[in-house]
Design a protein around this ligand. Structure first.
Ligand SMILES: Cc1cc2nc3c(=O)[nH]c(=O)nc-3n(C[C@H](O)[C@H](O)[C@H](O)COP(=O)(O)O)c2cc1C
Length: 378
């Protein structure tokens, strides 16, 4: 079966199989952005179940862009924390990838102590969202440099690569979105100029890592919100990203079959927004455009081996698994040994049992349970 076969990236790194652990924010880091023991245990146990590749929770690259209390890759003070994280992720022999992000207009000022800054002074659709101020051209250049610096820290910390979080409505996504980016300078105005920030970040990260480490980019394949970018727009972006010799492009969907992206208001299990669904499956569409120049990683709704095979049939080279591994840390080992019947289907009813038995940081348990319908419960 293809899912158990190895895969070689452009950088020369080999993934032992096609399974990646998806980036999963725990919201449980120390206030200064250093990793906690609970987070290390969360990722160590899950990575050890056999993932060829483990992607970290998203690490902020600038303090002003923090969207939750997660890990940082913003300065030298984060280096030893990143080293510990890379070691935990690689303990069982898989590849360790650091995901990096900036929150832009969906950062949390109560964490950053700063006023929100974003491509334009346009509030997000999230309930209670505040209006950010538009970034200056110098701030944009310096944010691109911060992504590059975070990638250098990842290299020094021993990661095998970096994934740029260009999806799910964070800053890189915002620059690409005509809804969030109303600029009229080189960073906005036309589709070509809205690509400049994502491409500059990708280039900065590529340059910082060099050709022998993995550079990945996660993208939301289209916006389901009115006036958002389309799948056709994102195909053009992917074409440019593949031209930069990226190792992989990860397609962020709530479910890879139903072509439903994560909405800006984060209603994960609401009614499908059919009116904006493209005719073509985004994984298949991207695989066609990329045409083997970079790998395609699919995600969303993978709960069984058959689901993973289905994503490969749609054109993915790799699959990333999120909620299934939150709920069952041994998910992949059970899939591999064909014991799918024993996979835990949801978080236990009893809250006190969750953190210890499943190695989920207690703060993450609170965060998961605060969004009913997101993570299945037994
Ligand atoms: C608790 C939790 C935290 C997440 N954190 C991140 C993150 O830091 N970065 C990211 O790109 N996606 C994040 N996601 C999205 C997942 O990586 C994944 O794309 C999504 O859950 C859909 O895949 P699934 O159906 O396998 O869960 C998170 C999802 C969950 C459930």
């Amino acid at each position: 079966m293809v899912v158990w076969s190895p895969f070689r990236f452009n950088s020369g790194h080999e993934a032992a199989n096609r399974f990646a652990m998806a980036p999963l924010t725990t919201d449980a880091s120390h206030e200064d952005g250093t990793v906690t023991e609970h987070e290390l245990e969360f990722v160590r146990r899950r990575a050890a179940s056999g993932f060829a590749l483990t992607v970290s929770s998203a690490a902020y690259v600038e303090n002003d862009g923090r969207s939750w209390q997660g890990i940082g890759a913003a300065h030298e003070g984060h280096l030893s924390s990143l080293q510990r994280l890379a070691a935990a992720m690689r303990a069982a022999g898989g590849l360790a990838i650091l995901q990096i992000y900036d929150g832009g207009r969906i950062a949390k000022p109560e964490l950053t102590g700063e006023q929100l800054r974003a491509p334009s002074a346009v509030a997000s659709l999230r309930p209670g969202a505040r209006t950010p101020r538009a970034m200056t051209a110098d701030e944009i250049e310096s944010l691109i440099a911060s992504f590059g610096k975070a990638a250098s820290l990842a290299r020094q910390a021993g990661f095998d690569g970096v994934e740029i979080h260009g999806a799910n409505h964070y800053a890189v996504h915002q620059f690409f979105s005509p809804r969030a980016n109303h600029r009229v300078d080189q960073w906005g105005g036309t589709l070509a100029r809205r690509m400049n920030f994502p491409l500059a970040v990708a280039q900065a990260v590529r340059d910082a890592l060099g050709p022998t480490l993995i550079t990945g980019f996660r993208v939301t394949p289209f916006e389901s919100e009115a006036g958002g970018y389309t799948l056709e727009d994102a195909k053009l972006l992917c074409n440019e990203l593949a031209g930069l010799n990226l190792d992989y492009i990860s397609v962020s969907l709530d479910d890879y079959r139903s072509s439903r992206p994560v909405g800006e208001t984060r209603v994960y299990n609401g009614p499908p927004e059919k009116s904006f669904s493209p005719a073509e499956n985004p994984v298949t569409a991207f695989a066609r455009v990329i045409a083997g120049r970079s790998a395609v990683m699919a995600s969303g709704g993978i709960k069984t081996c058959k689901d993973a095979e289905g994503a490969i049939e749609k054109g993915a080279d790799l699959v990333a698994v999120g909620r299934a591994v939150v709920v069952d840390p041994e998910w992949l080992a059970k899939v591999r040994s064909r014991s799918e019947a024993s996979i835990l289907a949801g978080l236990p009813k009893e809250k006190p049992g969750i953190a210890g038995a499943l190695s989920i940081p207690p703060r993450m348990v609170e965060y998961l349970l605060s969004r009913p319908g997101w993570i299945p419960r037994l």
